[in-house]
Each structure stands twice: as structure tokens, then as C-alpha cells.
Design a protein around this ligand. Structure first.
Ligand code: NDP
Length: 490
């Protein structure tokens, strides 16, 4: 048989995309944001504040108040009062109307939220516009629907709210994580004190403005900005009933220790190191597209990112060739350009962490591959990276890098790949690419991961539970299961 002529995708040398920048003129950014406590925007104790900077342009964005222990105490007191006097006693169907209104307002201001999310966090506007903001609004819609139906969620039981919920979120999906936390808490009748990450407070404060405009009674949602110390003040406050945390496994362990021996309940959504497994019977092009999306979406700053690829040995060459080709077409650059596939790394610290792992990977003997793309001069950038010939003992395979870096390993049999996929301290998500339903069911029962996607990846929906095993944490967010963390059942 005549050898098929090799084709290569090389768009760059033939034609280029024209810039397609999203306008930012419609999005209002204040010079300074206060804390949102008891329905008012207030300064932090002693006027302490910190600055937020764009990770792509390195331009100053705004100042944000830095909440002290006293400020957190005020926020918790406001939440307790609102819980006792307003939100707790309110008829569930009335609560639902407020949550529904928040969802509608978010839809109306979707463009503004998307633009601000990309400016503050560095993610491509296509993602904030098509993923973060619509799914955030959908969470409020979805949980608004549950607010007056809790007896159907927990048949035969009476569901009572837990009380005041302290919620701490990371910087990778700032608005979406806030929605994941606030919507189910409110639907179950709880009140909230939420802290966004230090590097991405902008959309959380915009959300505070939106919540204010929705007429939600004062104190039901309080949003306090600050660094890790502000988060710790929430966790350690004696009048917080439940801690909901999304972030690193390291901080998750600190929180676990801090609440041990108290009556506080917790859900911990921590790190991950997902296996993405491609069998020889998978539709290769579709799988390659899914693998690319699985790791390079949001610059790989995704807890459930498919960061470990397992390729069945007999299709290794073709899969790697297609991956390299696809990598060379990814557009890395300005998050506000609608053509951009990979935006800016969220912070200088995170870029340093990723670069540290790139060095470690090379030293460990894996073969590094990066496409020949030019990176903008200003800002935090990392080329999408493959590590070929990676092995199970490599640190780049075992540890969470949280950046656009994919390790590639091979396997021969199903048992081998199950062993390898499960050989990690994490257990958040996994992906399987195959033509055979039986293989999918075999793997979904044996992979120790909270979510297993089949022939797709990174699909999020408010109706589906999300959460992990092992060092990826415990508890579920989303779906019916996401309600159970916010109720006491009798
Ligand atoms: P961190 O754990 O460092 O921070 C998460 C949040 O906790 C931030 O708001 C942070 O504040 C705050 N914080 C820091 N120290 C403390 C403390 N001692 N007590 C209470 N709060 C504290 O994680 P990153 O922000 O770096 O996020 C990346 C990590 O989050 C990755 O490991 C990723 O896998 C995980 N993640 C997990 C998800 C999941 O659903 N399982 C989803 C998204 C991310 P500040 O930022 O101001 O320091």
C-alpha cells in the first residue's frame, strides 16, 4: 500500500487571524472597592487595602479593602442576624425569588462580567463569555428552583439550614466559584460570608453590587476581600457553622485541622491530577480536540484539568503527531482578543511555580515539546507544553502543576491504565476516549475519581455533582448532592 502523504497544520506561515478585541468601555471599574457587609460597602478597619493588577497587561486595576479579623467578625455578625431575623424565617418560595433575580441580573450584565473576569484573571474572553458567566448564572437559576422543593430533595426528612456559611474560593474561576458556593447556601436558607482570592477580587465585588441591586436583605450575603489571613479569620470564627472551601490541598489540610473538635461542618474541593485515557478505538481527531481542551482550557488553571495523558501504545505516534500539530495552532496572548485560546497565567507566583515544574520535568528526563509561538512582552505567559516519555515516578506526573502542561505516558492493557491512573494522591476527575460503551462502564467503576467524562472533558452543569476523593477533598457541589452540605436533616 502506498504510504499516505503526511499533512501538517501550519496556519501561521500562510495566514494570520486579524485581532478581534472585545471592547471594555462598557465595564465600569471603580478606583477602590470596600467590603460588602450588612448590605453596605464599607472600608476595612484602619483603611487597609491592596491593589489588583492585570496579569496580561500588568496595568493596575483597582484597590480592594483588606479585611481584618474585626471586619470578618462584623460580617459574621451581620450574617447571623440576617439568618435569625430575615432569611431563616422567610418562606422558601420568597427566597427563591431573590435567587432567581440574581440569576436574571447576572444574565443581563453577562458581557460586563465576562470582560472584567478576563481583565482581572487573564482567561480568554471566549471562555469567560461562553463558560464562566453563563454557568454561574445557571447555578443561581438551578438552585432558585430547589429553594421551595427541599422536601423532594430529601424525601421523608425535614431539611433545616445549617446557619452561617463561611466560603473561601480560589482565583481560577472567580465568579463561577462564588456562584457554586452562594447559590446552594441561599437556596437552603443559610447566610454567607464569602472571601474571593487576593488576585481576583473584581468580579466578586461586582457580584456584591449585583446582589445589592437585587434587593437581597442586608447581611444575607457578605463579601470580604483580603489574603489568606482573612480566609483563616473566617474559618476560625466561632460563629461560623459551615466552611465551604475550594483551593489547594495544602490549605485544605490547614482548614481541616483548624475545625477539628468544633461543631463546624465542611466541604473541601481541592486539587487534582486527572488522567485522560485514549484507547486505540477512539475517534482520534475528536479525542485530540478533547485532550487539548482538557488541559489548555483556562491555561490549565483547572482543578479537574486532564493533565496526565495515557495513550494506548499502538496509537501513540499518530496521537502525538496530531497533538503537536494542534498545539502549533493554539493562539496564546491577549485574553481580550476573541481569537485567543490560551490567555495569561494568573499571577507571577503561579508562573514561577509552572516554570519550576518545566525545569523539573526536563531534569527528570522527560522530553519537552513547546510550539514555536511568540509570547507578548508584558504579562505572565507560558507556552502550551507537552512532556513526552513521562513516567509514573516523575514529579511532573505526581504533583499538580496547575498550568498548561500535559504529561504523556503510554499503556497496553486496561488493567495497566487503571493502575496508573489511580496511582496518584488525588481523585477529582478523569476522562476516557473509546468507541466501546463496555470499556467506559468498566473504567468508570474502577477509576477513583469523583467525575469521569467519556468522550468529552471539562463539561460542567449545575445539575451534576462535582467533588473528589483522597487529597482532592470531600463533599459535592452542584446538583441535588450540592444541597446536602447546606442542610441538617431530621
Ligand atoms: P489556595 O489554597 O492557596 O487559596 C484558596 C483560597 O484560600 C484563597 O482565597 C486564599 O486566599 C485562601 N487561603 C489561603 N490561605 C488560607 C488559610 N490559611 N485559611 C483560609 N483560607 C486561606 O489555592 P489557590 O488560590 O492557589 O488555588 C489553586 C488551588 O485550588 C489548586 O490546587 C486547585 O486544584 C484548587 N482548586 C480546586 C477546585 C475544586 O473544585 N476541587 C477548583 C479550583 C481550584 P488568597 O488567594 O488571598 O491567598
Amino acid at each position: 500500500m502506498a504510504k499516505k502523504k503526511e499533512t501538517k497544520l501550519d496556519f501561521g506561515s500562510k495566514w494570520d487571524y486579524s485581532a478581534a478585541p472585545e471592547s471594555a468601555g462598557h465595564a465600569e471599574i471603580k478606583k477602590e472597592y470596600g467590603l460588602y457587609i450588612n448590605g453596605k460597602f464599607v472600608k476595612a478597619e484602619g483603611g487597609k487595602k491592596f491593589a489588583s493588577t492585570s496579569p496580561s497587561s500588568e496595568k493596575h486595576i483597582a484597590y480592594f479593602a483588606e479585611a481584618s479579623n474585626k471586619d470578618v467578625d462584623k460580617a459574621v455578625k451581620a450574617a447571623r442576624k440576617a439568618y435569625n431575623e430575615v432569611w431563616g424565617p422567610m418562606a422558601p418560595k420568597e427566597r427563591a425569588k431573590y435567587i432567581f433575580r440574581i440569576a436574571r441580573l447576572m444574565q443581563e450584565r453577562a458581557r460586563e462580567f465576562a470582560v472584567l473576569e478576563s481583565i482581572d484573571g487573564g482567561k480568554p474572553i471566549r471562555e469567560s463569555r461562553d463558560v464562566d458567566v453563563p454557568i454561574a448564572a445557571n447555578h443561581f437559576f438551578y438552585y432558585a428552583g430547589w429553594a421551595d422543593k427541599l422536601e423532594y430533595a430529601f424525601p421523608g426528612k425535614t431539611a433545616k439550614p445549617v446557619g452561617v456559611s463561611g466560603q473561601i474560593i480560589p482565583w481560577n474561576f472567580p465568579l463561577l466559584m462564588a456562584a457554586w458556593k452562594i447559590a446552594p447556601a441561599l437556596a437552603c436558607g443559610n447566610t454567607v460570608v464569602l472571601k474571593p482570592a487576593e488576585t481576583t477580587p473584581l468580579t466578586a465585588m461586582k457580584l456584591a453590587e449585583l446582589i445589592h441591586d437585587s434587593g437581597l436583605p442586608a447581611g444575607v450575603v457578605n463579601i470580604v476581600t483580603g489574603a489568606g489571613a482573612t480566609g483563616a479569620a473566617i474559618v476560625n470564627h466561632p460563629d461560623v457553622d459551615k466552611v465551604a472551601f475550594t483551593g489547594s490541598t495544602g490549605v485544605g489540610k490547614i482548614i481541616q485541622k483548624a475545625i477539628a473538635g468544633t461543631n463546624k461542618t465542611a466541604t473541601l474541593e481541592l486539587g487534582g491530577k486527572a488522567a485522560n485515557i485514549i484507547f486505540d478505538d477512539a475517534p482520534t481527531d475528536q479525542a485530540v480536540e478533547g485532550i487539548i481542551n482538557g488541559i489548555f482550557f483556562n491555561q490549565g488553571h483547572v482543578c479537574c484539568a486532564g493533565s496526565r495523558l495515557f495513550v494506548q501504545e499502538n496509537v501513540k505516534d499518530i496521537v502525538i503527531k496530531k497533538l503537536k500539530d494542534r498545539l502549533s495552532t493554539l493562539i496564546v496572548g491577549d485574553p481580550m482578543d476573541k481569537n485567543t485560546d490560551v490567555g495569561a497565567i494568573n499571577s507571577k507566583e503561579q508562573l514561577a511555580t509552572i516554570n519550576k515544574y518545566l525545569k523539573i520535568g526536563v531534569e527528570e528526563g522527560a522530553e519537552i515539546y513547546q510550539p514555536n509561538c511568540t509570547l507578548p512582552k508584558k504579562g505572565n505567559w507560558c507556552k502550551p507544553t507537552l512532556f513526552l516519555e513521562a513516567s509514573q515516578s516523575h514529579r511532573i506526573v505526581q504533583e499538580e502543576i496547575f498550568g498548561p502542561v500535559l504529561t504523556v505516558q503510554t499503556f497496553r492493557t486496561i488493567d495497566e491504565v487503571i493502575d496508573k491512573a489511580n496511582n496518584t494522591p488525588f481523585g477529582l476527575s478523569a476522562g476516557v476516549w473509546t468507541d466501546k460503551g463496555s470499556k467506559i462502564f468498566n473504567l468508570t467503576t474502577k477509576l477513583r475519581a469523583g467525575i469521569v467524562w467519556a468522550n468529552t472533558f471539562n463539561k460542567f452543569d449545575p445539575t451534576s455533582p462535582f467533588g473528589g476523593y483522597k487529597e482532592s477533598g470531600y463533599g459535592r457541589e452542584g446538583g441535588l448532592q450540592g444541597l446536602s452540605a447546606y442542610v441538617k436533616l431530621n
